[in-house]
Design a protein around this ligand. Sequence first.
Ligand code: 13P
Length: 249
Amino acid sequence: MSKKIYLYGNWKMNNTYAETEAFFKDFPAVYNPVKDAPDLEVGIFAPFTSLWPLSQAAKKEGFIFGAQNVYYEASGAFTGEISIPMLKEYGVTHVIIGHSERRHIFFEPDEMIAKKVKALLDAGMTPVFCYGETLEERESGNTFTVMERQIKSAIAGLTPAETAKIIYAYEPVWAIGTGKTATPAQAEEVCKWSRELIGQKEAVILYGGSVKGSNAKELLSQPDIDGALVGGASLKPAPFIEIYTAYKG
Ligand code: 13P
């Protein structure tokens, strides 16, 4: 069998409750033809306020769903935050952690990201841990130094069984929402290097940054890229699922 492809959509701060319901009116028509493919795992990550309609659709259509952030404490005086038990009530199993927008717009430090990863693992959930360099870091030759810091900080103190449960997502900041994709060779170089650093041959490593139907085949065919974390192209069902069909075709 061909390798399993993880097609994960990160809606970011898009798709209200009503828009989520509208999305799932159109979704079955494009998802049904591929939903039983044994080599495909679809996941959708929505804003907290859209998790309820998302959870209902996920149950009905059969796909994974999750949140885009969580706080590591279970309860308490943390105004504006959402806890793991709160997400569990909605059936959430996966949570994106350390997305570059959390790191750069909301200044989440490596230490906080590491605590979130650990709290999710302790709760039996799957962190989708994001890392990646800015353009400035790449151009100054610091790509690997920065990513080594990000990854090592997130997995420090975890057992091999725990690091194997994380889904990793390499997202070069300069390729996110810019239309500029890392070349397949650039993405493969980092994903291969990450696999060695993580020390897990079977680690699931996704690439994210302007993935769409037209570049999916080249990117997803790389041996160390197990799937895509998709922003813009995941906001409508057809361009999202096209990423898988383009890879297959
Ligand atoms: P785009 O696909 O819009 O570039 O976003 C990538 C991303 O940040 C997914 O998490």
